[in-house]
Write a protein that binds this ligand. Structure first.
Ligand code: C5P
Length: 282
């Protein structure tokens, strides 16, 4: 079975509180995009299934999120044999775009289909929760408000048609480390989540773009923040209606009304950065 695993961006990301279990309660408006990995999921050739990708440095075996998802599915559904998963990566890794979670979600969807287990998307999301906080959203896709650890989802009206340019600078930011730098009481600027959902309901692209904001930008190390601001600056200069960092970064995205301006922004960014993508909402 062949399928796509779509990346996500955060139109907003807010951190509400630190929890007893070490996680944080979040409030995020998430959007899936057409940038996607390609997966092939087949019944395993050997006794044990394996997940491989065209990126040699990705973990294989039990540490690979796709393989963890396969094991979680078998355990929860009590069905579904061993599977081999082959992944062609297009989503940059450790980028704040939920690439690993998207692959895990696609494996759950594929195993549900291949095994005939017939689980609902909600049931798949509950299985995905154990693999990673972003997996439930990746199962559902589209546009949604994600709360709790990220697993409590409320569907939202779709992002109006637009062009999205994503640029990933060549460094990675550890998600747990970034969370540990956040002092929730010291967050001074927060996204207007209610305003964002209202703008989506009104189909107001400019209103959405104006309200994009990610509280993690406030706790970045100065040299990382400088790179993020530089990319945001190029996107805005080229006509983006808004620009922000996605997830725990370092990917930055800009939302454009005009395809020509989005292409211009991509070309400008490619003069300085290697990983630049032009995509749309999904
Ligand atoms: O759930 P996931 O494995 O993707 O999370 C990675 C890490 O990010 C967690 O171990 C935790 O440190 C942090 N995290 C958090 N609060 C969340 C999601 C993730 O503190 N809601």
């Amino acid at each position: 079975m062949e399928l796509f695993a779509n990346a996500k961006i955060n139109l907003t990301l807010d951190i509400l509180r630190k929890r007893e279990d070490g996680y944080h309660d979040l409030q995020m408006v998430m959007q899936s995009v057409t940038l996607a990995d390609e997966l092939t999921v087949t019944p395993a050739k050997g006794a044990q299934g394996e997940a491989v990708s065209d990126l040699h440095f990705l973990p294989t075996g039990g540490k690979n999120l796709a393989q963890m998802a396969a094991a979680a599915f078998r355990q929860a559904a009590g069905t579904g044999g061993e599977v081999d998963v082959s992944i062609r990566k297009h989503i940059p890794v450790c980028a704040g775009l939920a690439g690993g979670s998207a692959d895990a979600a696609a494996v759950l969807v594929a195993m549900n289909e291949l095994s005939g287990a017939g689980l609902s998307p909600e049931e798949l999301a509950r299985i995905g929760e154990r693999v990673g906080s972003d997996v439930p959203f990746c199962v559902a896709g589209g546009t949604a408000l994600a709360e709790g650890r990220g697993e409590r989802l409320t569907p939202l009206p779709p992002l109006p048609p637009c062009h999205i340019v994503i640029c990933k600078p060549p460094f990675s930011i550890s998600t747990p480390q970034l969370f540990s730098r956040v002092n929730v009481r010291r967050i001074v600027r927060r996204p207007d989540t209610a305003g964002m959902t209202a703008a989506l309901e009104a189909g107001d692209l400019a209103g959405v773009a104006r309200r994009m904001y990610n509280v993690f930008e406030d706790v970045l190390e100065p040299r990382r923040l400088a790179a993020i601001r530089e990319i945001e600056g190029v996107l805005i200069d080229c006509g983006a209606l808004g620009a922000s960092m996605s997830g725990s970064g370092p990917s930055v995205f800009g939302v454009f009304h005009s395809e020509r301006q989005a292409q211009e922004a991509k070309a400008r960014l490619e003069e300085s950065w290697r990983d630049v993508f032009l995509c749309g909402p999904r």
